[in-house]
Design a protein around this ligand. Structure first.
Ligand code: THU
Length: 157
């Protein structure tokens, strides 16, 4: 039996097409990218997430001379938020790379981390994959970026 996953997303022409709250979040991600520590890749990524109560938490990539020890912007922001507000719901996360006109997409490890949060909060976690001047992609739920995901239910035997 063949099974199928369907994936769709919205492509906005630019940040101007977004509502005020989303524009604000992308701007926060842009500012976070400015504070990234990325001396090895020179790829400065910022992430900003909004919690259900409106609180915004940001993060950026933190690199290390021992490359695998570095962390992506998405996980920095997500783990900072959940360490401060363990019961919170992340409604939207905006991600942006400094100076790039092509929206960035979260790496596989970050998709797994977003999936964990999605399972934890039980409601959709929207993503805005942005640029400063170019297009912005809107993904209504991070879980759609990781079909057939591994989650805690497999550990229950
Ligand atoms: N990076 C992120 O922070 N987020 C992404 O979505 C892709 C990659 C970082 C990791 C590393 O510091 C640099 O970008 C180059 O891979």
């Amino acid at each position: 039996m063949e099974k199928e996953f369907r994936f769709s997303y919205i492509q906005h022409k630019s940040v101007d097409a977004l509502n005020e709250a989303d524009q604000e979040l992308l701007h926060a991600a842009e500012q976070a990218a400015e504070r990234a520590y990325a001396p090895y890749s020179n790829f400065h990524v910022g992430a900003a997430l909004r919690l259900a109560d409106g609180t915004v938490v940001t993060g950026n990539n933190q690199e290390n001379a021992s490359f695998p020890a570095g962390t992506c912007a998405e996980r920095t922001a997500l783990h900072a938020a959940m360490s401060l507000y363990p019961a919170a719901t992340v409604t939207t996360m905006a991600i942006l790379v400094k100076g790039q006109e092509r929206p960035v997409s979260p790496c596989g490890v970050c998709r797994q981390a977003l999936m964990e949060q999605r399972t934890r909060q039980q409601v959709p976690l929207r993503l805005l994959l942005g640029t400063s001047k170019g297009p912005v992609l809107e993904v209504s739920d991070a879980s759609s970026l990781l079909p057939l995901a591994f989650d805690g239910s497999f550990l229950q035997g």
